[in-house]
Design a protein around this ligand. Structure first.
Ligand SMILES: Nc1ncnc2c1ncn2[C@@H]1O[C@H](COP(=O)(O)OP(=O)(O)OP(=O)(O)O)[C@@H](O)[C@H]1O
Length: 247
């Protein structure tokens, strides 16, 4: 982690009609940091993430991602980030190799770049012999590891992960987090939402959204000390139990 700012939000707000989904959130994320973005269902995480990815125009406030402004330079943001969610991932009816070629093309890599990075990816994951297997036939944990590796194929500065490990066992989640650590060690900024509180403990800093506001932001250790509790799970419940939204 460095002192270079990778994501900066200042009073970032999104309203749908009169409903304030994301309410004046202000924070900074540093290059190479693993930043946990927690909140109960409906707290406003996806809305905030969509604004930061250049997919949704804010109602007010400011934000920049990789140095690009979310209002004026959304297209540049899209080119400089990776994105992976539990819902939108790889194409199940394409092979591993076809997915790599497809997403490599979308990310603007050359034919040679796709070939080189694709081979490296398959070697790193130990999937060389499975290159022609349909993604739909892989176990969920493998799909997620592959989806993450594809999301960073073009060496983005920042990767946004929206509940990337939903539904898999703790051992596979731990392996997934090894990939996250390796990317962070290369200087990639990781912005990750999760409902697994053990994963929150792996983050450099954790923020907690409550009813659209960012009610806490600090390292896991500092948050536990601040709330006088032994786990991030306890910190989360203390903050979230006062929430008004039940989505
Ligand atoms: N396009 C929209 N129009 C109206 N309301 C919306 C829209 N998108 C989101 N909302 C509302 O904004 C609130 C925040 O939603 P958001 O999806 O950002 O929450 P979240 O923290 O990501 O929750 P989850 O963990 O369930 O994905 C919710 O009450 C949701 O119903």
């Amino acid at each position: 982690m460095t002192n270079t700012i990778s994501i900066r939000a200042n009073g970032l707000t999104k309203k749908f009609g009169t409903f304030v989904a994301t309410d004046h959130i202000t924070f900074e994320v540093y290059a190479g940091e693993i930043f946990g973005f927690l909140g109960a269902n409906g707290a406003g995480k996806t809305t905030a993430m969509r604004m930061l990815c250049g997919l949704l125009e804010p109602t007010s406030g400011e934000a920049s991602v990789a140095g690009y402004d979310v209002y004026r330079e959304a297209e540049s943001i899209k080119k400089n980030i990776g994105y992976m969610s539990q819902k939108f991932s790889l194409y199940e009816d394409l092979t591993i190799q076809e997915n790599i070629r497809f997403f490599g093309g979308i990310y603007g890599l050359s034919y040679e770049g796709i070939r080189q990075k694709g081979n490296q990816l398959l070697a790193d994951l130990g999937l060389q012999s499975k290159a022609k297997a349909l993604v739909g036939d892989l176990p969920l944990g493998w799909k997620q590891k592959l989806a993450f590796s594809v999301a960073v194929l073009h060496d983005p500065k920042i990767v946004f992960l929206d509940e990337p490990t939903g539904g898999v066992d703790p051992v596979t989640r731990r392996q997934f987090w090894d990939l996250i650590y390796q990317a962070a060690a290369r200087g990639v900024t990781i912005f990750v939402t999760t409902h697994y509180m053990d994963e929150a403990e792996y983050c450099d800093r954790v923020s907690v959204m409550v009813d659209g506001r960012m009610d806490a932001l600090d390292s896991p250790q500092n948050l536990k000390e601040q709330f006088g509790v032994n786990s991030i799970e306890e910190v989360f419940y203390r903050l979230a139990r006062g929430a008004q939204r039940a989505d």
